[in-house]
Ligand binder design. Structure first.
Ligand code: C2E
Ligand code: CA
Ligand code: CA
Length: 741
């Protein structure tokens, strides 16, 4: 039984006893008064005395004796009362038997009342004295009526005494149970990790448990009135008030919970969980019961976990998850306010290059510096987050499109400023996609995911348009994406259906124009659009990664073709086949295994295979590139640098790579004979090849003049429309068969 239930039970019980006793007493007095009146004994004054005596008894019984039930002086008072009653009894008996009939009423009243107030010992004591009085009267027996009445009274008193004594003992048991429960609750409250206080609507804190001292450090007696408010952190007052209203107005039994910060007695702030239950209608508490628990430890753990989950470890700024959250909130706010949200997605250009060539530390440094520079351009209310890698997102509210564009310009300018990475000074740029949403765009406002996607599309458009710029999102961009997805699917199908063919372009020995090899150049035999050149699909194959299976297919075809030629033309068995490798294929882990597998399966002689790689590949990720190139070389294949001269490779750079052949880019060959052009550049490239002891192949020779100039410069090999355009394998077969170009 809970404490309050016990209280309630006992209060009810005492009230019932007192009422019962009072009514029995009053009833008996009335009966006796009528009796005396009918028998015409005595006079009106006697009736008045009896009524007064009875009323006095009733009044005494109705007094709130329970308050003094434990008081020391209760037994003496009781004894005095019994003696007074005994005197009264004897006085009445001496006067008349009728008066004696009244007396049991008073005694019954007192006994029943006493049972409610005192112990069974008191009841039995009083009953015994009364019974003794009556027994005395019976024994005295000078008047028969009085004697008979007294005997009846003895029987009545015995019954009433027995009943009242039992009631008193019941009550005592109840008292004992209550005290035990109280002690238990007290101990619980003292040792509990919850501080418990009772708060009344008008008086504030009316009770504070002993554990207030352990939990909050305050003396429980000190925590009165509005003190709970006074020790609440100002930031949490509004939620605190909200909580209190919820408890107070929630009605009986309503419970509400809140987390808040409270100042301990020692001045430190602690996190607390406060749970309040409305017991305001319930006497005698009439208050809200509030338990306060220190949850600082849990809260700190929670915060740490949240920080880890929501912050980017490198820059300490919000990460994608938190940004998403903020974006959702901003959208919700704007749905009400009707404002405008602008999202800027910033992506560094060529970050991978920095990371690969200067190392990860430099990459991290670049990210951190970029974060700082972006941050400097923003207002306090704007949100900057790192979404991952070299991608940042910025959320600004309530700016016009012009202002957003202005901000994008400033961000670009900030990133463009040179910065030191290690002992190098580098200049970086970024591409920015800008997307905005107004409240009311679409039903229920814009969708955060969509807004991010829009900004992403705009950012890619900025990259596509040449980087180092920003682009505003335009719904037409979706059409581009859609087309790309379709193209990709089409390309995949083409690969599965083998819609590709390979054309071969001869590579000749310049002095003799003898065919020494061919370059394999892929074409797409498109079912609807006809034969497509590589420029129309290689970029897409690169960006989608489909270049990996496509490149493998080309290599396999070329190797198989080589085997066929070797069989058909034993004289020309030494010709070589050049196959282009795209940078993306180098990122593919299994490249070397794939090449060696194809060589083994087709039986091609590795020495007849030349793999053409681009200069830009050499600029990337040097260590792993060198190792891959080394492993390819170890297979026996030769390596050529394609489009040489268009990149930035320096002499020292080139020396580090195990290449065999330089293919001089067409632009140099063009330059040789162009109007006012000069041969120095081409000459330099040829000489560089010589210095490095590499074979040189001039690409794109279209005129006899170019041919002879290149020979004069000392270039060994050449390739171009002058000799032959790329053509089907049969065209090469006929050359090998003895036909001239
Ligand atoms: P590339 O490797 O530089 O190939 C030479 C390109 O120059 C070929 O274009 C060829 O047709 C063209 N060409 C040859 N002689 C002349 C000439 O005298 N004048 C002019 N104006 N052009 C000449 P094509 O076949 O359109 O190939 C374009 C590019 O596509 C290639 O450039 C190569 O980078 C790429 N490519 C072709 N096939 C493959 C392949 O199987 N894999 C990879 N990864 N890339 C390939
Ligand atoms: Ca090539
Ligand atoms: Ca080339």
């Amino acid at each position: 039984m809970s404490e309050s239930a016990l209280d309630q039970h006992e209060c009810d019980y005492r009230a019932r006893q007192l009422r019962l006793g009072t009514w029995i007493g009053v009833g008996c007095i009335l009966i006796a008064a009528v009796h005396v009146q009918l028998e015409r004994y005595g006079g009106p004054w006697l009736v008045a005395l009896m009524v007064l005596g009875g009323a006095g008894q009733a009044a005494l019984a109705a007094l709130p004796w329970q308050r003094y039930a434990e008081a020391r002086w209760l037994p003496p008072v009781m004894v005095a009362w019994w003696l007074a009653n005994l005197a009264l009894l004897l006085a009445f008996a001496a006067y008349d038997a009728a008066a004696l009939a009244v007396y049991p009423a008073g005694v019954t009243l007192i006994l029943v009342s006493t049972a409610a107030l005192a112990t069974e010992r008191h009841v039995i004591g009083m009953g015994a004295i009364s019974i003794a009085g009556y027994v005395g009267l019976v024994v005295a027996g000078d008047r028969p009526v009085t004697g008979t009445l007294a005997a009846l009274c003895v029987a009545l008193m015995l019954g009433v005494t027995w009943f009242s004594a039992r009631t008193a003992s019941n009550r005592r048991r109840l008292d004992a149970a209550r005290r035990t429960a109280e002690r238990k609750v007290g101990a619980l409250l003292e040792n509990s990790s919850d501080a418990v206080v009772a708060i009344q609507l008008d008086r504030g804190v009316t009770y504070a448990s002993p554990s207030v001292r352990t939990v909050l450090g305050y003396d429980p007696a000190f925590l009165t009135g509005d003190l709970l408010l006074d020790i609440t952190h100002p930031d949490y007052l509004p939620t605190g008030m909200e909580w209190w209203l919820a408890v107070a107005e929630g009605g009986p039994g309503h419970t509400a919970r809140v987390e808040s910060r409270i100042r301990r007695a020692d001045g430190t702030w602690v996190w607390v969980e406060i749970i309040g239950t409305n017991r305001m209608g319930e006497e005698p508490l009439n208050a809200a019961v509030v338990s306060i628990r220190d949850i600082t430890e849990r809260k700190e753990l929670e915060e740490e976990l949240t920080r880890q989950a929501f912050a980017d470890s490198l820059t300490g700024m919000p990460n994608r998850a938190l940004f998403r959250d903020r974006l959702e909130h901003a959208i919700a706010r704007n749905r009400r306010g009707g404002g405008r949200i602008t999202l800027l997605l910033v992506d560094l250009d060529d970050f991978k290059l920095v990371n690969d060539s200067l190392g990860h530390t430099a990459g991290d440094q670049l990210i951190a510096t970029t974060a700082l520079r972006l941050h400097q351009q923003l207002r306090a209310a704007d949100t900057l987050a790192r979404l991952g890698g070299d991608e940042f997102a910025i959320l600004v509210e309530d700016v016009t499109e012009i202002e957003a564009m202005d901000l994008a310009e400033r961000l670009l300018a900030a990133i463009r400023r040179p910065l030191r990475l290690g002992n190098r000074e580098v200049v970086c740029s970024a591409s920015i996609g800008v997307a905005t949403a107004k409240a009311g765009d679409g039903d229920g406002g814009p969708d955060p995911g969509e807004l991010l996607r829009n900004a992403d599309l705009a950012m890619y458009a900025a990259k596509g348009a040449g980087r180092d710029r920003y682009t505003l999102f335009d719904p037409a961009m979706y059409a581009g994406i859609l087309r790309e997805a379709e193209d990709r699917a089409e390309l995949e199908r083409a690969l599965a259906d083998e819609q590709f063919v390979i054309h071969y372009q001869p590579i000749v020995d310049l002095p003799t124009s003898r065919l020494i090899g061919v370059e394999a150049l892929v074409r797409w035999q498109h079912p609807a659009r006809g034969l497509l050149g590589p420029d129309t699909f290689i970029p897409l194959a690169e960006s989608t990664g489909l270049i990996v299976p496509l490149g493998a297919w080309v290599l396999r075809q070329a190797c198989e073709q080589l085997a066929r030629w070797r069989e058909e033309f034993p004289d020309a068995a030494a010709i070589r086949v050049n196959v282009n490798l795209s940078p993306r294929q180098f990122q593919h882990e299994g490249l070397v295994e794939e090449v060696s597998g194809i060589l083994a399966e087709t039986g091609a002689d590795p020495h007849q295979i030349v793999l053409e790689i681009t200069e830009s590949l050499l600029m990337q990720d040097t260590d792993s590139t060198i190792s891959t190139l080394g492993r390819l070389k170890a297979l026996g294949v030769r390596l050529a640098i394609d489009d040489f001269g268009t990149g930035y490779s320096s002499l020292s750079y080139l020396k580090r790579f195990p290449v065999d052949i330089l293919k001089i880019d067409r632009s140099f060959v063009d330059g040789i004979t162009a109007e006012g052009g000069d041969a120095t550049l081409a000459e330099a490239v040829v000489q560089l090849g010589r210095a490095l002891q590499l074979q040189t192949v001039a690409e794109g020779i279209e005129t006899a003049e170019q041919w002879s100039t290149l020979q004069d410069l000392g270039c060994e090999l050449g390739q171009g429309y002058l000799f032959a355009k790329p053509g089907a394998a049969e065209a090469i077969s006929s050359i090998l068969g003895g036909d001239r170009f």
